[in-house]
Design a protein around this ligand. Structure first.
Ligand SMILES: NC(=O)c1ccc[n+]([C@@H]2O[C@H](COP(=O)([O-])OP(=O)(O)OC[C@H]3O[C@@H](n4cnc5c(N)ncnc54)[C@H](OP(=O)(O)O)[C@@H]3O)[C@@H](O)[C@H]2O)c1
Length: 323
């Protein structure tokens, strides 16, 4: 497995997002299955694992921690904390400390390699959060920190106080909004960019059809990318990936991630799957190299393809109301 550098951390070129093992895409998996899948990913060369306190109210960290325990010193472990504001600086420090200690307990470790603020609300000054992150780094509880779905301005202000290791935000062939300002800022400042939902929540695998239905608390029930009309309208994108895949002996999912790996050397996708064979397929994207000519051909073709639907926090919040 090839490796990449994000900030000061060396990670496998493709990581593993653990969220779906507990929530998001239908039923989760047992602790035994999660352990098998995570260890298999490590055996295949994956050294970058992603979870959050918010995934199934801590239960996801409880799956990931024990699974990684025997290999803890050989992997980069990332988790996230969520803060709702406004908070006084004293309250903020207290809450973050309670959160990191609870995460460390669930993760069965004495430090987290990368600690992200899961969302960056305007009601809490980023400088205050960055200050606490600096303290946690000095204490050895975290090795680096990051923000998720931050704006360029939030990144610059936070980075000036305590340098950021990575930004984790949605990025795929179907969601390119951060190419405008955030990714260039990361490049300028030496910050890694970790792409969540790199398969556009599974659509780019090419295994989604307009006939699929999603019951219960499955985000695909509410995000517009999975509206039946949008699935049909986005077929030209899948046709492009399938055609390239044939040339490269790669799957659409692999071509999707090879595209972002080619784009910038500080971009690392963290796809998630509950199935070992899909984890293997996804990690295999690191071996699919595009030539400059192939990459240019994809970019040109993409410029002529309209994307229908997206994935927003606002739509996902509707799940809580509909349940
Ligand atoms: N920071 C944030 O706010 C945030 C938000 C979302 C996600 N994340 C992180 O990013 C990680 C990945 O994002 P994600 O899970 O939302 O999206 P994703 O990786 O783009 O897609 C996951 C979905 O695609 C399916 N899938 C994965 N590989 C596949 C393959 N090769 N063939 C067919 N289907 C495949 C999975 O289903 P199966 O499980 O059935 O295979 C699942 O439904 C998460 O695990 C989480 O760690 C972070």
């Amino acid at each position: 497995m090839k490796t990449r550098t994000i900030g000061h951390l060396d990670v496998s070129a493709v990581g593993l997002g653990a969220m779906g093992l507990s929530q998001g895409y239908g039923s989760g998996v047992s602790a035994e299955e999660a352990t098998g899948l995570i260890r298999k990913a490590f055996d295949l060369g994956c050294t970058f694992f992603d979870t959050a306190e918010g995934y199934a109210a801590g239960a996801n960290e409880e799956l990931v921690g024990p699974a990684l325990a025997p290999i803890r010193d050989q992997v980069v472990l990332a988790t996230k904390f969520y803060l709702g504001g406004p908070l006084s600086p004293a309250e903020l420090g207290k809450q973050i400390r309670e959160k990191i200690d609870a995460s460390l307990t669930r993760l069965r470790t004495d430090h987290v390699d990368l600690y992200y603020q899961h969302r960056v609300p305007d009601s809490i000054p980023v400088e205050d959060v960055a200050g606490v992150m600096g303290e946690l780094i000095a204490e050895g509880k975290i090795l680096g920190w990051g923000q998720s779905q931050a704006t360029e301005e939030q990144i610059r202000r936070a980075h000036a106080v305590t340098p950021l290791t990575a930004i984790q935000s949605e990025y795929s062939l179907m969601e390119r909004m951060f190419e405008r300002d955030v990714i260039p800022a990361c490049e300028e400042l030496g910050i890694g960019f970790v792409a969540f939902s790199p398969l556009a929540t599974g659509f780019l695998s090419g295994r989604i059809t307009a006939e699929d239905t999603y019951p219960g608390a499955d985000v695909r029930r509410v995000i517009t990318r999975f509206d039946k009309d949008n699935i049909r309208a986005n077929q030209p994108l899948l046709d492009l990936l399938t055609e390239f895949g044939r040339e490269k002996n790669a799957t659409p999912a692999q071509v999707s991630m090879a595209w972002m790996l080619h784009k910038k050397d500080f971009v690392v996708p963290i796809p998630g799957s509950r199935r070992i064979e899909r984890v293997e397929e996804n990690l295999g994207a690191a071996d699919v190299e595009l030539t400059a000519e192939e990459f240019a051909r994809i970019e040109t073709a993409l410029a002529g393809i309209e994307i229908h639907g997206n994935r927003t926090d606002e739509d996902i919040a509707k799940l809580l109301i509909k349940e």
